[in-house]
Structures are given as C-alpha cells and as structure tokens.
Unconditional design. Structure first.
Length: 258
C-alpha cells in the first residue's frame, strides 16, 4: 500500500505537524516503489536527452519532469510541452514567455533546449527531488486540499519573492496563479466579489491589504519565511472556519490543475 501522509485533523494544526515531520514523510514517499522507479529513471536517462522531442517521447521522463514543475496534468499534451521547451527565452513573443502561467517558463529555463543545452546531472537530481516533494503535496491534498494549496503557495512565494521583476509584475503573477491567488486572497480577507473588480482595482486592493498586514506593499516581504508562515496561518484558519477540510479537496484540485 502506498504511504499516506499524516496531517492529523488538517488545517493549521496539520500544517504544523507537516512542519515537524515533513522531511521524514518525504523520505517515506521517496521509498514508495513507483516514486523510486520514477526518480531512478530520471537520474539514469535525463542526461542522455538531447532535445525537447526526445524528452517528450519518453513518457515516464516527461511525466516526472512535469510533476517536478507542478504541470503533471499536461502529460498528454506532448506537442504543446515540446513547443514550450523549445521556446527562445530571449524572445518576449515566444510561447513560454507569453503564457500566463510562469511554471512553463521556469521549466523551459531549466532545460534551455533552444540554446542547445543538455540536461546535467545536477538538473536530473533537482527534478527527482522536486518530484518527490510534489508527490507528497498531491497525497496531502487527498486528505486536506487546503494544505496542498498552502504547500504550493510556500514554494511559489519563495521563488516570486526572489524575482527581479517589478512589484506590480509580481502581484500580477500572484493574481494570475489560481492556487496562489486563492491562498493570498483568503489570508488577506478578500471576499468572493474581489474577483469581479477590474484587474487594476484588484492589484490596488491586494497591495493595500498587504501593507496593512506586513507593513509593506511589496511582494518582497515573502522573502521572509515568518511572513509566509503568517500568510499561510491566516489562510488555513480562515478556510477551516468556512468549511471542513475534507470538502476542500475537489476545489483545490481544480485550482492546482487549472
């Protein structure tokens, strides 16, 4: 039987339990036979790949790579993924740069097939490790979907905070990522009518609420793990007050797959 993560009663208490036991649970996930086969295949085969076409032709390699970037639902879209991976990242009009979901660009940037690069041993190890983390998130989501959203948000916010993009661009990236937006909106107490506002009003309101909560309107505040923890705590406590954790799974799955 596959290892099922332990999150207690879910919610913020479950989050704290994951904080204490996450690495141990991740190690157990890594030993799961299916996961172990996937990571072994990546480490053995990725370095032999010389093009995006070769990568998408190996379904296990493709599926594991997409999992590492949170894009596993695209495993059947081989032509699309190949075009993303072949994108010229220096061209603003290239596919990876035009897509609103910046996970695609991150994947293309990791491989840089358009520049003639080949995957390194280091990249293979990174993808294997990220796949294990993603698998833990997915299994947590079967118990408490809001916890999966929180885990995804913690990862994305860390990357976003370190970006060299302008503050407004980073806020728009948050607004454009359905899972991340859900967490930030919930933590900042933005109601269901928030999404009906014009996008510039949404930006202004999110910055205003951030300034009140963190003392700054810049997403750079999320470079501080204490601020990320504060955001996630508020999201989980508010979410649990609205609906039981068990009912959050389907909604979270839709957001994470969108």
């Amino acid at each position: 039987m596959s290892f099922q993560p332990l999150v207690g009663q879910g919610g913020y208490a479950g989050w704290r339990l994951l904080a204490r036991t996450g690495e141990t649970q991740k190690a157990l996930i890594a030993r799961d036979p299916q996961v172990a086969r996937d990571t072994a295949h990546v480490r053995a085969k990725l370095g032999q790949v010389g093009s995006a076409e070769e990568l998408v032709s190996d379904f296990r390699l493709l599926r594991t790579t997409l999992s590492a970037f949170g894009l596993e639902t695209d495993a059947s879209n081989r032509f699309f993924i190949r075009k993303v991976l072949e994108s010229d990242l220096d061209d603003p009009k290239s596919l990876a740069n035009r897509l609103g979901d910046k996970r695609y660009r991150a994947m293309a940037e990791a491989f840089r097939f358009a520049e003639g690069a080949r995957p390194s041993v280091k990249l293979a190890d990174e993808i294997a490790e990220r796949h294990v983390s993603a698998e833990l998130e997915r299994r947590v989501g079967t118990v408490d979907g809001n916890l999966r959203l929180a885990m995804s948000a913690r990862r994305e916010l860390g990357v976003l905070a370190g970006s060299s993009a302008t503050d407004n661009t980073r806020w728009y990236n948050i607004l454009g990522s359905a899972p991340l937006r859900k967490v930030v909106e919930g933590a900042l107490g933005l109601g269901t009518d928030f999404g009906k506002l014009p996008i510039d009003r949404q930006l202004s309101e999110m910055k205003l609420r951030s300034g009140r909560l963190f003392g700054s309107e810049s997403p750079s505040v999320f470079a501080d793990p204490a601020n990320v923890e504060k955001l996630i705590q508020r999201f989980l406590v508010r979410a649990q007050a609205v609906s039981p954790a068990q009912s959050s799974y389907n909604a979270a799955l839709v957001l994470l797959s969108g």
